[in-house]
Write a protein that binds this ligand. Structure first.
Ligand code: F6R
Length: 599
């Protein structure tokens, strides 16, 4: 999973700032390494790349000074090949006249590299982006220097899902191909560009051309042409005008995007409720859920989005008596891929709408003839385009790698759907934005106090019962993601079946509890405290629970269905403050990427 951006302009100029700006917008896709390359009018290539974040590498290598009339930027999330200078992209071919960069996964990378070496090509690293460049190189030489033919032949050799951009120093065009990974072209004034996603080209132009799988896009300063990779035929497609917002990634006075996004939760939850009350998509979505009859509805997602699916299943069951099966994307294929059929419905949940593990499951559901419903944040994403009907999360851009506001809105959306399936009045949910606001205010300092204790522990647990089980999983995921401590989320009654042996003096265990479940949870608290563990409650005020625990993160009073959503906030804050206390940047934790378009 990486991000690529390529641009061609009508005259040689300083291209560095444009490459950096688009690169920063792609940084959520990967930040193990970054590279920029420009081609001057005389064909000279200036390639600068290094390990680390774009701000640091750019400052060190002076990206802003880079000049040319064609340019490529690549942000890498390492799969094949460790983060290193050799594996950083863009890459050159053996003799340095082809320049290219990719996003995605070439699954026969190892075999292809062996082939290149046996043919005497110069292979510098182990990264599959370099493989894309050499794959074109060998056919370029055989096809008398014709790029289109060479790319089409390379496509036959490269297995996997990817997109790459490539140029030859003496061919005054940029070429890009899409096979499974995101790619969109932008048509500007005196420039044309191509990128892994739309937001990275919006500062340059709102005229866009969608590229489909199996298409090659050829960019010159004058225009953009599309060709089929299969037969080389020209494809005609109308450009589109994108009139959505150009969202600016600014921290708005907060030290990190994560904290800003936590504080945005009350507003985006209110906006989502408003949208759900008015969108015509909702009726179609509910019709599809109801058409499932007595069969279970599959709720499919990965990571944080999976936790929202799990909460959705509790809501569907407890509020509407509807059976739902929460399932991970790849697990859906392995566990239900042979048994689902035209009578089934699955809701696929993804912030990015590009998670490959989810899209693979969508593909299987499609092949089996089932209904595909999407819940997504990024409009224009693959999930949006492949769903029979979709609902947007309406959170705006989520920059921080750990998902926060999109989880809250996924939970709000499932709660809303469960209310509708139950025939309950959704006006009862109107209190939610204000309750989220109150929770954020009330728990911020408490979370910092709890963090003072837990920050030195490298191992801890979150326990939840029923409705709060998904929040325990989410709290634990957030904590391990941005603090590098190990933290596990468990259904509280399961703790005694093994993990309880971890408890010793002072060992921290956080208990997230919904109204109505306190007495049950007190049992589970005591199993920990009598063994010397330190119990930290996350719950609305409850005297008996309070007298059984050491610390208390108090969420405002609400009903048992809203309460898990509110309890999410202090869990996010504890993870955030612990991350900062450990000197980690919570927005960009090591080894991760915001959008995972690889298997
Ligand atoms: C954790 C996180 C990830 C994502 C997961 C799925 O904070 O963000 O676990 O939830 O990679 O991503 P989407 O929702 O884009 O499919």
């Amino acid at each position: 999973m990486c991000g690529i951006f390529g641009v061609i302009t009508d005259q040689e100029q300083i291209l560095g700032p444009m490459l950096i700006e688009s690169g920063k917008r792609l940084a959520y896709r990967g930040y193990d390494s970054v590279g920029c390359a420009t081609v001057a009018a005389n064909g000279e290539i200036d390639l600068r790349k290094g390990v680390g974040r774009i701000e640091d590498v750019s400052a060190e290598l002076d990206f802003p000074a880079m000049r040319g009339y064609r340019g490529i930027t690549q942000l890498r999330w390492a799969t094949f090949g460790a983060p290193s200078y050799e594996n950083a992209q863009p890459h050159l071919d053996s003799d340095g006249d082809l320049l290219g960069a990719h996003n995605g996964n070439v699954v026969n990378n190892v075999q292809m590299r062996a082939l290149f070496l046996s043919e005497g090509l110069t292979v510098r690293g182990t990264n599959d982006g370099e493989t894309c460049v050499h794959a074109v190189e060998r056919h370029f030489d055989r096809n008398g220097g014709q790029m289109l033919k060479a790319i089409r032949a390379a496509y036959q050799d490269l297995e996997g899902d990817y997109a790459f951009v490539i140029t030859h120093k003496d061919d005054h065009r940029l070429y890009a191909i899409k096979k499974g990974s995101g790619l969109v072209a932008g048509l500007g004034d005196g420039l044309n560009c191509v990128s892994s996603d739309l937001p990275s080209i919006l500062p340059l132009t709102r005229r866009i051309l969608r590229i489909h799988d199996g298409e090659i896009v050829v960019l010159s300063p004058e225009g953009v042409e599309l060709y089929s990779v299969h037969d080389g035929a020209r494809i005609e497609r109308e450009e589109e005008w994108y009139d959505g917002p150009i969202e600016v990634a600014e921290k708005g006075g907060y030290p990190h995007f994560m904290l800003k996004e936590i504080h945005e939760q009350p507003v985006v939850a209110g906006e989502l409720l408003h949208l759900l009350n008015s969108t015509p998509h909702l009726g179609h979505f509910l019709d599809a859920l109801e058409a499932t009859g007595d069969r279970p509805i599959y709720l499919v997602g990965c990571g944080t989005s999976y936790h929202a699916c799990l909460l959705g299943a509790y809501y569907f069951n407890q509020l509407a008596g509807v059976a739902a099966v929460p399932v991970l994307g790849p697990q859906f294929i392995e566990q239900y891929g042979e048994s689902v059929g035209p009578a089934d419905t699955a809701v696929f949940v993804s912030q990015s709408g590009e998670t490959k593990d989810v899209l693979n499951a969508v593909k299987v559901m499609r092949e089996r003839g089932g209904r595909v419903l999407g819940v997504l944040n990024v409009l224009g994403s693959t999930l949006m385009n492949t769903s029979d009907v979709y609902l947007p999360l309406a959170c705006g851009y989520e920059i921080s790698v750990p998902a926060t506001k999109t989880f809250v809105n996924q939970a709000v959306l499932f709660l809303y759907l469960a209310y509708r399936l139950a025939g309950r009045d959704t006006a009862e949910l109107d209190a939610l934005p204000e309750l989220l606001e109150l929770t954020t205010e009330a728990t911020d300092e408490q979370a910092q106090a709890v963090t003072d204790y837990v920050k030195d522990w490298d191992d801890l647990y979150y326990l939840g019962y029923g409705l709060t089980h998904p929040i325990a999983l989410e709290g634990a995921l957030k904590l391990k993601e941005i603090t590098y401590a190990h933290c596990e989320g468990i259904f509280s009654s399961e703790f005694k079946h093994g993990p309880l042996s971890a408890v010793h003096d002072g060992y921290p265990v956080l208990f997230i509890t919904a109204p109505g479940d306190e007495m049950m949870m007190i049992n589970h608290v005591n199993e920990v405290t009598v063994r010397g563990g330190r119990a930290i409650a996350v719950a609305a005020e409850h005297p008996e629970l309070r007298s059984n625990v050491h610390d208390y993160l108090v969420v405002p009073d609400s009903d048992r269905f809203l309460s898990p959503i509110l309890a999410t906030v202090p869990a996010q804050l504890v993870a955030y403050y612990m991350s900062v206390a450990r000197g980690i940047d919570p927005d960009f934790p090591r080894n991760l990427s915001k959008t995972l378009t690889v298997d």
